[in-house]
Design a binder for this molecule. Sequence first.
Ligand SMILES: [Zn+2]
Length: 381
Amino acid sequence: MHIGVTPHHRRRTTLITAAAVVALAAPLTAAAPAIADANFPSPNGNTNISSIVTYDDLIAELEKLEKTSRFGVDVFTLEEAGTAVTDSEQGRDLYVATVGDGPEHVWLQGRIHGNEPYGTESLLAVLKDLGSNGSPESTLLRETYTFHVIPMYNPDGSELNIRHTILQDGSEQRIDLNRDWGVGKFAADESLAFYEYWTMVDPAFAVDIHHQGLKTEYGTGDEVTLSLGISLAPGGPTLPGIQGGAYDVLTRQMHVHVYDELQRAGFVNMDRYQVGGSLEIDIKGGVVSAMMLGLNHDGLNPEGHSNPAIFFETSGNTSDGSLGQKARGKSIQQNVRALNELLVGMATGEVQQEDPARWEEIPHAPVTGYQTDDGVIPASY
Ligand SMILES: [Zn+2]
């Protein structure tokens, strides 16, 4: 696609469309269980791959934001940041943008799975807003936090429109980068590079943006547009034992806050992320899991820094052809709103005031077990 002009026009259209939807939906209030316009994405979405942001688009947009942002967006590669491993497997520079100068650091990453595109666009939109919005909320965010935005964690997979990266050691082995931060792992250069950068940043918390397939809500059958995930299940076999249970509490509070705030938006239908219908996910090799576990790989994290982290799963992906143009604007907008509500809620302390027990109120199937790295553990383990 032609870069430079098109993304700007598209983004404007997106914002107008989303605002109109919100205005229409607002009178339904938060109590309305049915959503005003849930039919995004759809089996008839007719994904148009050519409209998805490419690696070159990303670089052009980052450079534009660095030039034009009012409050200072700094764009750099991991080579410039000084990590030992700097590039993707296929030799692409790995990009980070920072904004804000607050004392706490926040890690925002997207598109670790290359065929899950809107993490990139969502984070570019958030970066643009944080870089130029003079509102009290944005000012608070910049004063409270320094944001480290990674809009395209997996540029090779993004260019190939596949989930994985492909090792260039002759094996052609496909590596799921979100299973590669673990003991005995780190097969891919992207993992080594971003892990080392994480040890330089020591973030206070992190958010990771994904896509899932089409999904309906347990019990109602309503289409789900956004699932709220934690890759080490609250109340599960692992998370309650980390940091005296602090992350088990805070990640629930993060979800509760996003759930409450986005219900007011009206055009989003949320549930809890589960796998296999009724399993909570409890995997240790996921990037945000390793962050919570305080993984010390190669002696780079000797102090055992750890941080809480959650992920968002937008419904629809490029593989099942469910991402039409109609879905695009709303899918991005729900991520932008979810991130904004979460960040503001963390900065004001509203998140930390939420009742963690209310995590059970977020729609989900009755939990039958935990999907771990080594198989399923029954709920009554
Ligand atoms: Zn994913």
